[in-house]
Ligand binder design. Structure first.
Ligand SMILES: *[C@@H]1O[C@H](CO)[C@@H](O)[C@H](O)[C@H]1NC(C)=O
Ligand SMILES: *[C@@H]1O[C@H](CO)[C@@H](O)[C@H](O)[C@H]1NC(C)=O
Ligand SMILES: *[C@@H]1O[C@H](CO)[C@@H](O)[C@H](O)[C@H]1NC(C)=O
Ligand SMILES: *[C@@H]1O[C@H](CO)[C@@H](O)[C@H](O)[C@H]1NC(C)=O
Ligand SMILES: *[C@@H]1O[C@H](CO)[C@@H](O)[C@H](O)[C@H]1NC(C)=O
Ligand SMILES: *[C@@H]1O[C@H](CO)[C@@H](O)[C@H](O)[C@H]1NC(C)=O
Ligand SMILES: *[C@@H]1O[C@H](CO)[C@@H](O)[C@H](O)[C@H]1NC(C)=O
Ligand SMILES: *[C@@H]1O[C@H](CO)[C@@H](O)[C@H](O)[C@H]1NC(C)=O
Ligand SMILES: *[C@@H]1O[C@H](CO)[C@@H](O)[C@H](O)[C@H]1NC(C)=O
Ligand SMILES: *[C@@H]1O[C@H](CO)[C@@H](O)[C@H](O)[C@H]1NC(C)=O
Ligand SMILES: *[C@@H]1O[C@H](CO)[C@@H](O)[C@H](O)[C@H]1NC(C)=O
Ligand SMILES: *[C@@H]1O[C@H](CO)[C@@H](O)[C@H](O)[C@H]1NC(C)=O
Length: 794
């Protein structure tokens, strides 16, 4: 974990577009204490972070549409400098980095855009999104008053570490304002941002946040609806009821700009992830890595957004009046001169459900929840209401093989006495650096006579290591660290009389993306010793070492279809298993259908993968520890933190790797894998992200008070071009079990199935409203009733 529970940002501009037919007008954007103001009108902004390089252009229109359908009106993204300036002065705005196209796509959807320009972004991105070459420009100190590096993000906490830190932050603010962009600037987590720059909140909860000036609106730039994953760690999840609770509390307490970081997390394609961050950047976000709505989260938040938007006018034209309704219960009431009224009733008790009385009417408030009353009478939404629409959950490929050299291939880069810093040497042009040497033993060594095995001892600054003795991979006790990047490796090694070759492959797994002076964090080996020569320990750290940057196949770009013939591939019927340093390639067909596609790498070790030269990313079988504090069920109630709802103990952190459909051609697709330590390629499979079955579960109104509550609703939606073909299960009453294994309870309305069939069959999507006319609500009056539904799409 990071030093700070916070991440990311900072300077950001607010862009807006007003599009009428084919011409666009820039709007006048200002603010007051209540909200941002566009062309003289206050406006609520509900925003979604979608990072353009973490998906592909072919996905952008659908992702943005899914955010719009999810009830949002704004898209937010960082700008990723390292992807735009590959070497000094050499700019790129193509493919996944086509920022202009991304922004235009947002505009075409009729949405607003929040642009966080960085240049430092953190974002769990390689090197914090700053180009690595910048570090090598003389005089450059990142995030400081240093000429080659002057603009900032989420800075205040870091001021203490840098000489002139405060002056630097103030310089950044006035530099930004002087650009006269015509839109307001904000600084995230900069609580003394100078006027007119607005300071904003990043956290799991921001209801208690107030900007430093009473003239500024209350803005939440990062609400984390989940968390990112690191190789070797379990899976974080944030319950949808808690996400909704945090948003409703923020609006209740006067917030008017809210952004989900992330709404679609996406994929860290290629070598773009930060240190140890998985290739998947799913984030447990409302839209999953593959671009599909993650339910119940997406649907639940959609209903919340619609409820908030119903109140937009009165919310923005008044200031709240708060009333206590109990020790942990309160109401905030917004009323304007036109007679409009909206109220938020909250119960922040984390265990006890209660009934409160507000304006002479009783309202049932589940623990840790907020009810929204759009007219101060009727509940249009409660954040804990359970509406879930959970979704459930080829033939073997023909592989050609190319064996990578162990150790130096081609000409060595250099020979040097002592161990060099890895990053200083590779400059991050590759993950790989070979450290090689050899050592000669005479036959009178004790261990050769007794047959005892010497021990290799290596110290490394990180990130990982594969050690080869006489071309054989040796099993170390640890090849990466579990905490800081530094680790110690020990292994019994088979040495022989005469010359022994020692080839050590040091690897980075994404560079640190934040932390004081993070760009100075070294990597690579610091000490290499062998214990056991006539009972002595031999330290050969300062020996002459021969170095080679990268591996051959990568250098020849044999993953590019045009460069495949740069090496001789051997066709196989049974590809070799558990072979380190092996390239595999196969011709693959695009899986049928139009669902998103994942590559199952469960049985592979560690390496990288490409399709048609497009970088799928790093894969790794690194598992989380079995004593990670994982949970079977997660209680949404109570203060959330990223350690609360973990799953996947003892399992590989990432099994499925997203391969965008737009990367496939009609035929002749080439999949290339570079396996570093050994795996079983016969078990690599493409799999369609399956949504054959969809479910929904919703509780009937707990207090039975028809006038004060809305009717609960289940929303079901099949993938594009598919429709609901059967209703596998439908029961209003007391059903039990989970999606895929629902069972009828003692109480069951026999008309449930026919009703759901009537509303849903042969439709792409349907909404099942739990009303008196649709279901027999009077059935078994003492039971707490729910409606459970499972349908299949085809
Ligand atoms: C923008 O709006 C503000 C107030 O809403 C107003 O004072 C200002 O004159 C407007 N600017 C332009 C250029 O229209
Ligand atoms: C309630 O309102 C009063 C006056 O407007 C304010 O001082 C107080 O901070 C509010 N309390 C809460 C919990 O928001
Ligand atoms: C609540 O009820 C009392 C007594 O019946 C009545 O005097 C009062 O006006 C009512 N308040 C509201 C807001 O309806
Ligand atoms: C797809 O669904 C089928 C049948 O429900 C299941 O056997 C298969 O494992 C699913 N595949 C994935 C990738 O979830
Ligand atoms: C591996 O061995 C070294 C040296 O004995 C030790 O310092 C390190 O903690 C060990 N690592 C693990 C994961 O056991
Ligand atoms: C990288 O090289 C620079 C300049 O040669 C040196 O100052 C710095 O200490 C090196 N970094 C590490 C981690 O060795
Ligand atoms: C090396 O150590 C072993 C056991 O500790 C001992 O039996 C052996 O005599 C020692 N050999 C030498 C050459 O000191
Ligand atoms: C290391 O290399 C240098 C120059 O190549 C050579 O002069 C020196 O003898 C070597 N040292 C060892 C210990 O091999
Ligand atoms: C690999 O292919 C690219 C074009 O895709 C070409 O520019 C490059 O020269 C090739 N490299 C080698 C080593 O053949
Ligand atoms: C609930 O609140 C109590 C009292 O504030 C606290 O001690 C407890 O840890 C909380 N429980 C959860 C699950 O957050
Ligand atoms: C709930 O449904 C009934 C029809 O069964 C309708 O009369 C009522 O207005 C609905 N309530 C809300 C809050 O939508
Ligand atoms: C089921 O529907 C039929 C016809 O609409 C109706 O007569 C019957 O009362 C319903 N049963 C229940 C349990 O609601």
């Amino acid at each position: 974990m990071k030093i700070l529970p916070v991440r990311l940002i900072v300077l950001f501009i607010f862009f807006s577009f007003c599009c009428f037919n084919s011409f666009c007008l820039a709007a006048n954007v200002t603010y007051d204490h209540r909200s941002l103001i566009i062309d003289g009108r206050r406006k609520l902004f509900l925003s979604a972070s979608i990072h353009y390089p973490r998906s592909v252009p072919a996905m952008w229109p659908e992702l943005i549409q899914a955010a719009k359908e999810g009830g949002l009106n704004t898209i937010e993204s960082y700008v990723f400098w390292s992807g735009h300036e590959l070497s000094p002065g050499k700019y790129s705005f193509e493919g996944r980095y086509d920022l202009v196209k991304f922004v235009k796509t947002v505009q075409q959807a009729g949405m607003y855009m929040l642009l966080r320009i960085g240049p430092f972004v953190a974002a769990e991105y390689n090197y914090g999104g700053v180009p690595v070459w910048l570090h090598y420009i003389p005089g450059s100190v990142f995030r400081s008053y240093s000429k080659p590096f002057m603009v900032e993000n989420e800075y205040q906490w870091y001021e203490q570490f840098y000489k002139g830190g405060k002056e630097y932050a103030m310089w950044a603010a006035s530099m930004a304002v002087s650009q006269n962009t015509g839109v307001p600037w904000i600084m995230c987590q900069q609580y003394d941002a100078p006027d007119p720059v607005i300071d904003t909140c990043n956290s799991f909860y921001c209801d208690q946040f107030t900007p430093h000036s009473s003239k500024m609106p209350k803005i939440w730039t990062e609400n984390w609806p989940g968390w990112f994953k690191k190789f070797g760690a379990p899976d974080p999840h944030r319950p949808h009821q808690d996400v909704a609770f945090s948003v409703a509390r923020f609006i209740q307490k006067g917030g008017s700009v809210h952004n989900y970081y992330m709404y679609h997390g996406g994929t860290n394609f290629g070598r773009t992830s930060g240190d140890f961050v998985t290739t998947s950047y799913d984030y447990d976000a409302p839209i999953d890595e593959y671009g599909l709505p993650r339910n119940p989260k997406w649907g639940h938040l959609k209903e919340l957004h619609e409820a908030i938007m119903l109140c937009e006018g009165v919310l923005l034209n008044s200031d709240p009046i708060n009333l206590s309704l109990g020790p942990s219960q309160e109401a905030d009431v917004y009323a304007d001169s036109s007679g409009a009224c909206a109220a938020f009733l909250s119960n922040t008790d984390n265990a006890t459900d209660t009934t409160v009385v507000f304006r002479n009417v009783s309202y049932f408030l589940p623990a840790w929840s907020v009810s929204i009353l759009s007219d101060c009478k009727n509940v249009v939404f409660n954040t804990a209401k359970s509406d879930s629409s959970a979704d459930e959950g080829s033939k073997a490929l023909q592989w050609d093989v190319f064996k990578e050299m162990t150790g130096i291939w081609g000409e060595a880069n250099f020979v040097k006495s002592g161990l060099v810093d890895h990053l200083n040497t590779t400059k991050d042009t590759t993950d790989y650096l070979w450290y090689t040497t050899s050592i000669i033993f005479s036959e009178d060594e004790e261990f050769l006579r007794t047959g005892s095995q010497p021990v290799l001892l290596i110290e490394s600054k990180g990130h990982t290591l594969h050690a080869f003795i006489n071309q054989e991979l040796v099993q170390g006790n640890s090849t990466y660290s579990t905490g800081t990047l530094v680790f110690s490796f020990t292994a019994l090694i088979p040495l022989k009389a005469g010359k022994n070759k020692i080839d050590l492959l040091s690897m980075t797994v994404g560079l640190p993306s934040a932390g004081p002076f993070y760009e100075w964090t070294g990597t690579g080996l610091t000490s290499v010793k062998i214990k056991g020569f006539n009972n002595r320990t031999l330290d050969f750290s300062s020996y002459n070492w021969t170095y080679k940057i990268g591996v051959q196949g990568e250098d020849l770009r044999i993953y590019n279809p045009d460069n495949l013939t740069n090496v001789n591939w051997t066709p196989t019927s049974e590809p070799p298993k558990n072979q380190p340093l092996t390239w595999y390639k196969a011709v693959v067909n695009e899986p049928v259908g139009d669902e998103p596609i994942g590559l199952d790498m469960l049985h592979m070790g560690k390496g990288q993968a490409w399709l048609n030269g497009e970088p799928i990313g790093r894969y790794w079988d690194k598992r989380s520890s079995i004593d990670d504090h994982c949970v079977q069920e997660c209680d949404y109630r109570g203060t959330f933190n990223q350690q609360k709802c973990l799953t996947g103990s003892g399992e590989p952190t990432q099994r499925w790797y997203h391969v965008p459909r737009s990367w496939f051609k009609p035929s002749g697709n080439i999949l290339v894998i570079f396996e570093e330590k050994g795996g079983d390629p016969t078990r690599i499979r493409f799999s369609r992200r399956n949504i054959s079955s969809i479910c929904g579960l919703v509780a009937a109104d707990e207090d039975g008070n028809e006038s004060s509550n809305s009717n609960a609703t289940i929303h079901l939606q099949c993938p594009k071009n598919r429709s609901i073909s059967t209703v596998k299960f439908a029961s209003f009453g007391t059903p039990t079990g989970k999606c895929g294994s629902f069972r009828m309870g003692d109480c069951h309305d026999p008309n449930s199935t026919s009703f759901v069939e009537k509303v849903c069959l042969n439709k792409n999507k349907c909404a099942i409203e739990l009303t008196e006319t649709n279901f027999n609500k009077g059935l078994c009056p003492d039971a707490t009733k729910t409606l459970a539904v499972e349908v299949t799409c085809s």
